[in-house]
Ligand binder design. Sequence first.
Ligand code: GDD
Ligand code: MG
Length: 397
Amino acid sequence: MYVESPRYTERFGSVRINDIQKVVALDSGLKSEIPPHGAMGVVKISEETIKDFEDRMAIVVPVKDERLKLFEGVISGIPHDCLIIVVSNSQREPVDRFRMERDTLNQMCRYTNRLAYIVHQKDARVAQAVKNAGYDELLDENGVVRNGKAEGMVIGLLMAKLAGKEYVGFVDADNYSPGSILEYVRIYAAGFSMAKSPYTMVRILWHYKPKLSGGTHFRKWGRVSEITNRCFNSLISSRTGFETNIIKTGNAGEHAMSLKLAELLPYASGYAVEPEELVSIFEQFGGTLPAGPAAVVKHGLDLFQIETRNPHLHEDKGTEHLGGMLLVGLSTIYHSPLCDQETKRLILSQLTIQKALKPRQQPPKPHINRPPSEINIREFTKNMEPCLEIYSALYEG
Ligand code: GDD
Ligand code: MG
């Protein structure tokens, strides 16, 4: 794969925020000469390097009642050497959609001789392990894991840790194009290979996000991401004194991290999760509030934003859904101790214009699940390890 080299980097405390890097070519061949690192502004990431990172990576697929054909396509696009972890919150009754997902995954794993885990978000054993680990905020009033994409992601990353992986990446289950999934994961590997620090995150920017109504219109910026990015940039500018537009992936659902970093971040409920990750990175390592763990300050943190070649084709879930996503996402910025008055005003005005908030209302405080490093992960592992086999897609129980 050829990717533009990180040509422009903004620093915010210990965080190195790299500007957009485009994928120049999806493949770089076996024999082609390797240009010196960064020559001509392009980095060659060899197939060997990509495979090496894929082998150390778990790909978590959060899924809730998606069309089975889409789910099937998504898992078929995940590179063979990655460990697949599906965390499903799909219905069990009257139709057992979880069972259908499990069967689909089982078939793929049997045919291709690979390992995958699939776990239901409301699984009683998982809830017990979470409780024993002291992670009570992840549970609802019935004592099972709360609803939400973020909550599914947290279970996924705890499972990735349990499986001994070093990296975790996320891909949504409602993608129409298996080839895009393959590209996302290759991009994650490419980003990790460019990182100088063990604390690293790769966020994907879609080349185009087409709207399939009548003719196809290749839109580049969704309204939600445009507004979220503007608020993030306002927040950074207020702290550094220099206007910026460096943040272009505030909502990136498709993203990946080293587990070392993933353990240090809090996870805001539902769709607030991706903006909150950035908010927390800036709070802990932006240099203006008391710093987070010293190891990160020492090594720094590499944030990559990489633009795909493939367009992003996924299910359209409607305007109301987008309004809700904007509200919870911006609420993470609004309630951050980093947030200045001007950014707060910008957030309120944008939310009112988009009718996600009534005039003079405040955005609700997000529900935050603590960083996994603050819970008793060993207790989670102790509870889950003996029964891990049950969650294998190949388990015939
Ligand atoms: N496990 C689990 N639990 N998965 C869930 C849940 C849940 O409660 N709710 C939704 N999901 C799954 C969906 O099935 C899908 O695979 C994925 O999470 C994303 O949900 P969508 O509802 O499709 O979100 P979206 O397409 O509007 O937004 C996506 O893109 C945004 C912008 O990049 C999400 O990834 C957002 O988080 C992201 O900000
Ligand atoms: Mg979607």
